[in-house]
Ligand binder design. Structure first.
Ligand code: ATP
Ligand code: LTN
Length: 333
């Protein structure tokens, strides 16, 4: 791996099946960044248990996400794709960072407030200290840049604060990371409620397109997508459903929104929706084919995640050893 490339770390929680939003908003950008940067991409399974998970589902989701990362075309010779719980340094550094994180700053996190409302019967300590684990993910790898959506910016701020606080006490231990928010990041909205983001934890499956949804399912979900009654294919704030379908068409085809509007001028929503569905199918089917191949080749997938965990652990443990020493722990291994 190149020493002079800047380093990137990002992760996706294993809290459900990945959506077209995760693909267009995150994974597609990762694929584009992999040659310019040295990348570490993780399936954040430790984070996902801050919300109750069925064990069999968690196993399936984690493995599916890992295979989707591979199928999306990330080159594992030069980048590291790994499963967070395979590198114990994440949990170890998270504990230490917990002891440097204030209750006050954690209580200001909007994701904690949102998730506590949505899971009112399970407001656990892990959900509260989630940002310390996310900071550990990032700081262990001395990452320069962290590609995240707008909703994660607050977690990145706390990561930077923690890095500076720790460095302030003990000297230069952590690199202070910068957020990397893609300029043209497609923000894909729910098909059923286009005012809110397409999310893998949406209880209504018609709200999201799963990356692994088969063509007929995709066609039927797009057909049911909420639009409006004026019948004009135009991007506008007061037409969130149609605008979202335009964004999806544009992101999947590479055409500009203005060109897509021109293409469908005078056409009804029926024709437009059918074409949107086809663009999604075209965008996802090469990935789905590679995913199916990988599913037949379990030994290969296992080999990759085992080797990657070793590569990740090598880098992570180097930082952890330094932290242990600085804090005053006696070296035992
Ligand atoms: P959850 O609903 O379980 O909290 P999510 O589907 O919103 O999850 P995250 O795991 O929070 O997804 O996000 C993983 C990455 O995918 C982030 O970088 C996020 O910005 C991106 N992402 C998620 N949903 C969308 C979306 N609808 N449009 C664009 N990017 C998205
Ligand atoms: N919290 C993030 C997922 C995540 C992450 C990370 C992102 C866990 N660890 C480290 C970037 C860097 C989310 O919910 N999208």
């Amino acid at each position: 791996m190149s020493q002079d490339k800047k380093r990137i770390l990002s992760a996706i929680q294993a809290s459900g099946q990945l959506t077209l939003g995760n693909y267009l908003g995150a994974i597609k950008n990762w694929v584009a960044l992999q040659d310019e940067y040295e990348c570490f991409f993780a399936v954040a399974d430790l984070h996902s248990i801050t919300v109750r998970q069925d064990p069999a589902n968690l196993r399936k989701n984690t493995m599916d996400i890992f295979k989707i990362f591979l199928a999306s075309g990330i080159d594992t010779d030069n980048n590291v794709l790994f499963i967070q719980s395979h590198v114990s340094a994440h949990a170890e550094l998270a504990w230490i960072l917990n002891c440097y994180t204030y209750m006050g700053e954690l209580s200001r996190m909007t994701q904690f407030k949102d998730k506590s409302e949505r899971h009112a019967t399970n407001i656990n300590a892990g959900l509260f200290t989630y940002p310390a684990l996310m900071a550990a993910d990032i700081l262990l790898y001395q990452a320069d840049l962290v590609p995240v959506g707008q909703d994660q910016k607050q977690h990145l701020e706390i990561t930077r604060d923690l890095a500076c606080r720790f460095n302030g006490i003990y000297g230069d231990v952590f690199k202070v990371p910068e957020p990397y928010i893609p300029k043209v990041g497609a923000r894909i909205m729910s098909l059923q409620n286009p005012e809110s983001k397409m999310s893998k934890s949406d209880p209504n499956p018609n709200g999201f397109i799963g990356i692994l949804d088969k063509p007929d399912i995709i066609r039927s979900k797009v057909k049911k997508a909420v639009t409006d009654s004026d019948g004009i294919v135009r991007f506008s704030e007061d037409k969130p459903g149609v605008s979202n379908l335009l964004s999806i068409y544009s992101a999947c085809s590479g055409m500009s929104i203005a060109d897509v509007e021109k293409k469908f001028a005078g056409e009804g929503y029926g024709v437009f929706k059918a074409e949107v569905a086809e663009r999604i199918v075209e965008c996802l089917s090469p990935l789905q084919e590679r995913y199916d191949e990988l599913s037949k080749n379990k030994d290969y997938v296992e080999k990759i995640y085992r080797e990657s965990a070793e590569k990740a652990a090598y880098v992570a443990n180097k930082t952890l050893r330094k932290v242990y020493k600085k804090v005053g722990f006696i070296p035992g291994r």
